[in-house]
Design a protein around this ligand. Structure first.
Ligand code: PEP
Length: 250
């Protein structure tokens, strides 16, 4: 089953509006040259509207870095799904390790966010990953299984392109330390088996599973060559057009 690779850039809390527009234009130019893959960026919310206008008509996909589960109301600091759509977003990153570990989001909250995104037509990217302590204690698969099962509890996926997962080992995010392609494949294969238990097997075969954690132009090709690695979620190397283009063109 051929899954179109997705190269996704998570800009986190970086870039003013003018910086974001300039970078997005450069990324859109790189994305437009590659019809064999999809390219997504998740700028900070403050820049989404301007970026959306600047890249309209390009192949570049926009995403929110998180999303609320309610439609509107007294939820200071949150962004509703329809607000992201209004800014041109098609996707939303949910459950990023920084949300889990710095801001205390748990699997139940992440599950609500995924349901909220899907109810409003946004495609969620559910991020999962183990800490170094958990890996060293041989808990990797147990932790990931819990994050996937609880994150997707009560959710039925009827088409494989309506959900993505991202495996991001916490010890590899922003550390310069990448999982080996064998380690990534082992986990991705396990996640796909799990998805086949949760949804139909054909659907599990269609769902893209991205790898994230210090992906750079020089390690992207080896990771992407693994059969269950369907793209990358990139932090640091997505903040400069040249390095991100190097990953887009892996
Ligand atoms: C991330 O934040 O999702 C990420 C993978 O960051 P980095 O590429 O910098 O490790």
């Amino acid at each position: 089953m051929a899954r179109t690779p997705l190269i996704a850039g998570n800009w986190k809390m970086h870039k003013t509006v003018s910086e974001a527009v300039a970078l997005a234009r450069a990324v859109a130019a790189a994305a437009d040259k590659r019809s064999d893959r999809e390219v997504m960026i998740a700028p900070p919310a403050t820049a989404l509207s301007a970026v959306s206008g600047a890249v309209r008509g390009s192949r570049l996909i926009l995403a929110g870095q998180n999303v609320a589960w309610e439609k509107k109301g007294a939820f200071t600091g949150e962004i509703a799904p329809a607000m992201l759509s209004d800014c041109g977003c098609a996707m939303a990153i949910i459950g990023h390790s920084e949300r889990r570990h710095i801001f205390g989001e748990d699997n139940a909250m992440i599950n609500r966010r995924i349901k909220g995104a899907m109810a409003h037509g946004l495609i969620p990217i559910l991020c999962v990953g183990e800490t170094l302590d958990e890996r060293e204690a041989d808990q990797t698969m147990t932790v990931l299984e819990k994050q996937v099962r609880r994150g997707l509890a009560g959710i039925n996926i009827v088409a494989g392109d309506k959900l993505l997962l991202a495996y991001e080992p916490v010890w590899a995010i922003g550390t310069g330390r990448t999982a080996s392609s064998a380690q990534a494949q082992e986990v991705h294969g396990h996640i796909r088996d799990l998805l086949a238990q949760l949804f139909e097997k054909g659907i599990a075969a269609e769902i893209r599973i991205l790898y994230g954690g210090s992906v750079k132009p020089d390690n992207a090709a080896e990771l992407m060559a693994r059969p269950d690695v369907d793209g990358a979620l990139v932090g640091g190397a997505a903040l400069e057009a040249e390095s991100f283009a190097g990953i887009i063109n892996f």
